[in-house]
Write a protein that binds this ligand. Structure first.
Ligand code: URA
Ligand code: URA
Length: 284
């Protein structure tokens, strides 16, 4: 057995052990899996004994193990749809936060294509979203929709969800928002994690500090993190400002920052970018 085969076998055993321990989600970058198909550089002395097809077969073995460890990743389309429907039905009747269940008009589960390559994650529904049962339909949502369109995409071709599925209650007020509490985020997060696991987007965008805190547990501030790809469970995650921030701060410089973050996302998705798109918000 070569060192390569020993590592391969250990890797395979490790993945099977993870699967047995109930792990369903693996942080493996698609590039890493693809990399396994590349022939490995090996000492000339070994090369003689190694048929060229070996790395390919080896890659297939690890991939197989990853698939075993991560069945959600390869759910047939029908199962995925059914699983998402089931999850939505569960969320629609959720009573885990009695104060929110008591004050909400609607649970705001998510909207878009469950096969989307790009997923946006916001904070929580506001009054408009609570009323409509759909995320990002109020003023901030309309700005997000324009940003998505400027990227050459649409609300129907991406997926949009929030950290919280219920509007944080603001007793005695019909408008206004409050930040979700830590407990509310912790309680609701499993729904979002399951959505992410089912959708398995290629890239995610976290809108604002609460989304970053919920997903990455980072509280160092969106100003520091934005524009730099993070990784969430193997998925590249771009933190950017929340559109509500852009509504409060109308400066061209801030719009441009968000737009530059979206250009990075488009580049990573392999979307074509026109000169016009590159130039948005560069001058008034
Ligand atoms: N998410 C993961 O956790 N792993 C992958 O390989 C891709 C997405
Ligand atoms: N702000 C959010 O974070 N999410 C919404 O759905 C609407 C406004």
């Amino acid at each position: 057995m070569t060192d390569y085969e020993r590592v391969l076998e250990k890797t395979e055993q490790h993945l099977i052990a993870l699967k047995a321990a109930g792990i369903r989600f693996l942080g493996v970058q698609p590039e890493t899996l693809a990399g396994l198909h590349e022939p490995v550089a090996r000492p000339a002395s070994l090369a003689v004994h190694q048929p060229l097809a070996e790395p390919i077969r080896a890659a297939a073995r690890v991939e197989e193990a990853v698939v075993i460890a991560s069945p959600e990743g390869l759910k047939p389309a029908k199962d995925k749809e059914a699983a998402m429907r089931e999850l939505r039905e569960k969320a629609m009747v959720c009573q885990k936060c009695p104060h929110l269940a008591g004050s909400r008009k609607n649970v705001v589960f998510g909207v878009g294509d469950i096969n989307a390559k790009l997923m946006f994650v916001g904070e929580a529904p506001g009054a408009d979203e609570d009323q409509a049962g759909e995320p990002f339909v109020g003023a901030a949502g309309q700005l997000l929709t324009r940003i998505i369109k400027a990227m050459g995409l649409s609300r129907e071709t991406v997926y949009i969800a929030n950290i919280l599925k219920c509007r944080p209650d603001t007793p005695g007020q019909s408008s206004g928002n409050r930040k979700p509490s830590g407990d509310e985020m912790k309680t609701c997060l499993p729904y979002l994690l399951e959505q992410i696991e089912l959708i398995r987007p290629e890239i995610m965008v976290a809108l604002g500090a609460t989304a970053i805190e919920g997903l990455l547990g980072k509280t160092e501030g969106i100003g520091k993190l934005r524009g730099k790809f993070q990784v969430f469970r193997g998925i590249p995650l771009m933190p950017t400002f929340h559109p509500a921030y852009l509504l409060r701060n109308q400066a061209m410089s801030e719009k441009r920052k968000v737009w530059e973050d979206m250009l990075q996302v488009m580049e990573k998705l392999g979307l074509g970018i026109s000169d016009k798109q590159r130039g948005f918000f560069l001058k008034g």
